[in-house]
Design a protein around this ligand. Structure first.
Ligand code: BGC
Length: 387
């Protein structure tokens, strides 16, 4: 992420915090909680905030971590930012250390949403508010707030982009000219990530009518999330599964028309597998339509080049901004403002949430969505590499 982006984030946060200060309390019910932090009503200046991100192997988490850090620093806090290399014990240790170091709030994007119970117990005992970042932390009552995107709708958008790519829908939502039937294969994210289930549900609800009337067919028959899931969202695992599917279900000449992929890293692994058996290399030359998520720069270039069909843009700058607003609210002795208090049940309670909207990226809106908003520069799209 460039310095220019940090400046934009910082400006946005300043504005958002001004609004939050006027907004008053949120809708979350934490009455009687001892875990909400800052409930003495005193206003704290500065202090340490722990930010725990899952991995640096995907550029979105690096951008998220840096944007949260920049926003908090700008607001006068010290920040301990850690990436856990997709290793659960590493993330647990890093969070333990943040608590030992005196963090006044924690912002956590979990690797395994069910694996942090003892860290959250310790945070609650120390009266440290916990903000679950992008991925819901499950099985703990000590999650105070959740900032994320409308994850069900992200799944709807992924499936919609597949239908558009196949010509069954137009981008405006109207019916397309194609009739099918089309052969497709389905991929899901990591089962220990709560989001993966929301993406899958949104996508499958959208695709189901097309399966029901035979417009879409899954030749492998693998239509359960357990069969489609890719542990830790690993690109290589997705490539291997795609290669196996091609061998098992397509070596007799059966044509493959589309692949539902819930993350750009997986999409690139899938595309490598497809090109590896001679398909494409572009959609115009017969490569199946492959979807994605995160608008990673390598995939944005592939979309611009007509190789990957679509992605989902989740503006991580806005998510970071909301995390900062939430942390700031707690440290001011207030409740952050939620805009959803129903959807995110974590196994123990419904966590008050702030949801953001996402957009489908197609080749023809890269400029308006990503370049004009300053998310990527035209040069980055051209090269496929973040500067
Ligand atoms: C995030 C996605 C991301 C995936 C893999 C999910 O929890 O919501 O944006 O593609 O993790 O990193």
């Amino acid at each position: 992420m460039s310095t220019r982006k940090f400046a934009a984030v910082a400006a946005g946060i300043t504005l958002a915090m001004g609004l939050a200060a006027c907004g008053g309390g949120g809708a979350g019910d934490t009455s009687g909680d001892t875990d909400a932090g800052g409930d003495s009503g005193t206003v704290e200046e500065g202090g340490l905030i722990g930010v725990s991100m899952p991995t640096q192997t995907s550029e979105r988490w690096i951008a998220d971590g840096e944007a949260v850090e920049a926003g908090l620093t700008d607001a006068g806090y010290e920040v301990e930012l850690q990436f856990a290399n997709d290793d659960i014990p590493t993330q647990s240790q890093q969070i333990d250390q943040m608590i030992t170091n005196g963090a006044k709030a924690l912002i956590i994007a979990a690797i395994d949403g069910t694996a942090l119970t003892s860290q959250l117990d310790a945070a609650a005992a120390a009266n440290i508010p916990v903000i679950s970042y992008d991925r819901l932390i499950r099985d703990s009552e000590n999650v105070d707030f959740y900032v994320t995107f409308d994850n069900y709708n992200v799944g709807v958008q992924q499936a919609t982009s597949l239908l558009v790519g196949l010509g069954l829908l137009n981008q405006d939502g109207s019916e397309g000219d194609a009739t099918g039937p089309f052969n497709v294969e389905l991929f899901a994210g990591s089962l220990d990530d709560n989001n993966a289930h929301f993406f899958w549900k949104g996508a499958m609800d959208t695709l189901q009518p097309y399966f029901d009337d035979g417009t879409l067919v899954v030749p492998s028959g693998q239509m359960d999330i357990e069969q489609a899931a890719i542990l830790r969202w690993q690109q290589e695992t997705a490539q291997k599964r795609m290669e196996d599917l091609l061998t098992a279900s397509y070596s007799d000449g059966t044509e493959l028309h589309g692949v539902l992929s819930p993350y750009d890293g997986l999409s690139r692994g899938i595309i490598t597998a497809l090109q590896g058996v001679g398909m494409g290399p572009t959609i115009a030359e017969g490569l199946p339509v492959v979807t994605g998520q995160d608008a990673e720069i390598a995939s944005v270039k592939l979309i611009a080049d007509g190789v990957q069909f679509a992605s989902i843009f989740k503006d991580t700058r806005k998510l970071a901004e909301q995390a900062v607003v939430a942390a700031e609210a707690y440290l001011q002795g207030e409740e952050p403002e939620a805009n959803d208090t129903e959807t995110y049940e974590n196994g123990v309670k419904v966590v008050p949430s702030y949801l953001l909207e996402s957009d489908i990226v197609y080749a023809d809106n890269i400029q308006s969505l990503l370049v004009d908003s300053g998310y990527w520069t035209a040069e980055e799209v051209e090269s496929g590499v973040a500067e």
